[in-house]
Design a protein around this ligand. Structure first.
Ligand SMILES: Nc1ncnc2c1ncn2[C@@H]1O[C@H](COP(=O)(O)OP(=O)(O)OP(=O)(O)O)[C@@H](O)[C@H]1O
Ligand SMILES: [Mg+2]
Length: 359
């Protein structure tokens, strides 16, 4: 289940896909009073340097748990039960994130990786101005800067995310929801990290503000070169901004590939269902397939493929065999028996095969 090196298409240029972060066989349980909730189950995934990787999936599919495991933000009853997370610093050997000392972890968080959550109110301090919060972050992690340099940097960071200099002295409650989210992004950028994890950063905002912020994140990424893990349950949002997309279902990675490939030829029935669950604004009208049923209980997954009870392509074997994440097209992987004809025993459904898609 290891992803080979592939190229990431960014705009018109293809850059070498060098990992900045890799998850290998990562599993996380929530140890509840009853049986454990398998929130993340054997996930192997790479974040490439400088890319925007979109992480999609229904509510409860394990997206935030995966992100929090990577950022070392899990709290009991969450427990990493297997696997590893490696950070690959530029020009250095890999560092095991899950075994970092508290000192190394302090440096890793903020300087190398920072997180933006859905609700900026949860990450901003209500009794401190946004300027002071950037200043605090800079002072805590970069002792070489003078007060004047920190002030200059705070103004510059706010300007970069579309907040004017006179807002430096504003308190979070004096800002709109969109402005607060921009301020949270400015703080995340303060130490110029290589990785930014954004967990539904725009979900609570209206669509126009959301689009503006997404455009700015893309522009900032081009300028600063950081990599982004962008989490949302809105796959259509990711298609317009992500380089690659990873789709989770019931704690497992079911598909990963270049955004264009995932859009043009979704290779897992779940991705296919997600893509057809909303009406298209442009293009020919299509049947709204949606996805019948509800996600499984993560304490007690069905045997075989966890998606098979909801899958319109399922055959008998899907209730017995657990599909591996197989490469179905260059750089595109799907965990579906339909791509493993020896087990599936039926022709690959044309919807999942790319037949007629021109590739
Ligand atoms: N503290 C907890 N104790 C027990 N189970 C938990 C806990 N936190 C999360 N879970 C369960 O773990 C699973 C994954 O949750 P997670 O929050 O990672 O999903 P998500 O994909 O981020 O969902 P959403 O889109 O709603 O944010 C869910 O079934 C959830 O109920
Ligand atoms: Mg979440």
């Amino acid at each position: 289940m290891t992803e080979p090196e592939t190229g990431t298409t960014t705009g018109t240029s293809t850059v070498a896909a060098e990992p900045v972060l890799s998850m290998r066989g990562l599993s996380v349980d929530y140890l509840t009073d009853t049986s454990p909730v398998h929130a993340v189950d054997d996930v192997t995934l790479e974040l490439h340097r400088g890319e925007i990787l979109g992480l999609a999936g229904e509510s409860g599919s394990g997206k935030s748990t995966l992100a929090n495991a990577v950022a070392r933000l899990l709290k009991p009853p969450a427990l990493v039960t297997a696997g590893e997370v490696l950070y690959h610093p530029a020009g250095g050997g890999p560092v095991d994130v899950l075994r970092m000392s508290p000192k190394a972890l302090r440096k890793f968080r903020w300087r190398e990786l920072s997180v933006v959550f859905q609700s900026a109110m949860n990450s901003l301090n209500p009794v401190s101005t946004v300027g002071a919060q950037i200043d605090d972050t800079l002072r805590a992690h970069d002792t070489t800067l003078t007060a004047a340099q920190r002030r200059e940097r705070a103004v510059e960071l706010l300007r970069r995310v579309g907040i004017s200099a006179d807002r430096v002295r504003s308190y979070p409650h004096e800002l709109s929801g969109g402005m607060r989210q921009r301020a949270a992004i400015a703080i995340a950028l303060a130490l110029n990290p290589e990785i930014i994890i954004m967990d539904e950063p725009t979900t609570a905002l209206d669509v126009v503000v959301q689009r503006d912020i997404l455009r700015e994140i893309s522009a900032l990424r081009r300028e600063y070169g950081f990599a982004v893990v962008f989490i949302t349950h809105d796959l259509s949002l990711l298609l317009s901004m992500a380089d690659r997309i990873a789709v989770m279902y019931a704690g497992q990675l079911v598909e990963v590939g270049a955004a264009r490939d995932v859009h043009d030829v979704p290779s897992h029935p779940y991705t296919h269902g997600l893509l057809h669950s909303f009406p298209k604004l442009r293009g020919p009208r299509e049947e709204l397939l949606g996805i019948p049923g509800t996600p499984p209980d993560l304490r007690d997954l069905p045997p075989g493929c966890p998606f098979h009870p909801r899958c319109r392509f399922a055959v008998d074997a899907c209730a017995e065999l657990t599909p591996a994440l197989l490469e179905v097209h260059s750089g595109q992987y799907a965990a579906c028996l339909a791509h493993d004809p020896a087990s599936y025993g039926a022709p690959v459904p044309t919807e999942l095969s790319g037949e007629g898609s021109g590739r």
